[in-house]
Design a protein around this ligand. Structure first.
Ligand SMILES: *Cc1c(COP(=O)(O)O)cnc(C)c1O
Length: 384
């Protein structure tokens, strides 16, 4: 049986957790929180990083920081995880969904501008599968209309975007705010966990306050104020040192983890390229400005019947391939709230996309086996 995902551990997680316990400070913002945050600031290039208990929480912090009020409009892709939208819905925002690209499940940058109104406050970008959106286009629209840009970089650790002048930046360092996820299904994990990145300094102080339950405790610990108290709204967004210690063990080995995941991705590509297209199956597309980070390997089937057949056959052969996402504008919660625009590409990927297993401990010969089964069943289906 080959699972879809298997959490990976480096072997140092329990050692660092034991150290955190021995240090006698297990609440948040201690040694391991700082190590992890420094990593994102120094190695990734985020201006200010705050660990959170999840990417969902980090997105909720973004909505608070942007002071989203009932009726404000937020533009985001429909083809994303529910948290991207929920965080803004909780503040009363009206979500305006944009379609996916025709060549890629990520958001169609050219469909954004016509959705901007007087009430639009922010564009939330989702770099699907760690493949960058066209940030130059999005930044220029945002600055023209004075909108905030949030990057939901849940999939995106290690991936970059190339500007037309050749400058390359990590995803998550480009928008005003960004979020990462360390859920066990992502490249780097602490079981549950996330991070808020602040690239626009105007948000830095308030982010720390919202993070620390609406208090200025963080500046108190730095000795900037002589007592701390309740100064704004906030919540409990910071994880404990147990979580941060686990995360640090993984971040320390980011290069090794990424290398293996990319190797698996490339093996899928090499095995499938030129073998499945004639049966109507499409391989992933990576725009020239983007890089891949081995977050996921997806395929786009020719028909829902073909996809469902392949998933059933793979599962029967012990390979747990899955489909996702179901477009949010079609969800049980949102479909009656949606403004009725048809989003054909998002629907296309909801109906046809499926993902193959991809996790650190997956062996390359297992990838070969999966591809062999897949190619065989693709041929079988074409006979029906
Ligand atoms: C996983 C994911 C999230 C949520 O991450 P959590 O850390 O589980 O809260 C948000 N957005 C996207 C695009 C995701 O894939």
């Amino acid at each position: 049986m080959i699972p879809f995902n298997k959490p990976f551990t480096t072997g140092n997680e329990l050692i660092y957790i034991a150290d955190a316990v021995a240090l006698g400070k297990l609440s948040g913002n201690g040694k391991y929180t700082k190590l992890a945050q420094d990593f994102f600031e120094e190695s990734i290039g985020i201006k200010k990083a705050l660990l959170t208990t999840s990417c969902t929480d980090a997105l909720e912090m973004c909505a608070l920081l942007l002071d989203i009020q009932p009726g404000d409009e937020v533009i985001m892709p429909s083809f994303t995880f529910v948290s991207t939208a929920n965080a803004f819905i909780l503040r009363g925002a009206k979500i305006v969904f944009v379609d996916s690209r025709s060549d890629h499940p990520g958001m169609d940058e050219s469909g954004i501008e016509s959705l901007i109104t007087q009430k639009t406050k922010a564009i939330v970008v989702v770099h699907y599968g760690g493949i960058a959106c066209d940030m130059e286009k999005i930044l220029s629209m945002a600055s023209q209309h004075e909108l905030a840009v949030v990057e939901d970089a849940a999939h995106s650790i290690g991936s970059t975007y190339s500007f037309s002048n050749g400058k390359r930046k990590h995803l998550g360092t480009i928008g005003h705010l960004c979020t990462y996820s360390f859920h066990e299904t992502k490249n780097i994990s602490s079981g549950e966990g996330g991070l808020l990145g602040i690239n626009d300094e105007r948000f830095s102080n308030r982010a720390e306050i919202i993070w620390e339950k609406g208090t200025n405790r963080t500046s108190f610990f730095r000795g900037e104020v002589d007592k701390y108290g309740w100064v704004d709204i906030g919540s409990s967004f910071l994880p404990s040192e147990v979580t941060a210690a686990f995360l640090w063990a993984q971040l320390e080995q980011l290069d090794k983890i990424q290398k293996k995941r990319i190797q698996i991705w490339e093996r899928y590509w090499e095995n499938l390229f030129g073998k499945v297209e004639e049966y109507g199956i499409k391989l992933p597309f990576i725009p020239g400005f983007a890089t891949k980070n081995g977050n996921m390997f997806y395929l786009v089937a020719k028909s829902t019947a073909q996809r469902d057949y392949l998933l059933a056959e793979l599962n029967a052969a012990g390979v747990l391939a899955v489909f996702h996402y179901q477009s949010l504008h079609q969800s049980a919660y949102f479909q009656m709230k949606h403004d009725g625009r048809v989003l054909p590409n998002a629907d296309h990927y909801s109906d046809l996309l499926f993902r193959l297993p991809l996790y650190f401990d997956l062996d390359l010969d297992q990838v070969d086996d999966i591809c062999e089964i897949l190619i065989d069943r693709v041929k079988e289906f074409s006979k029906t």
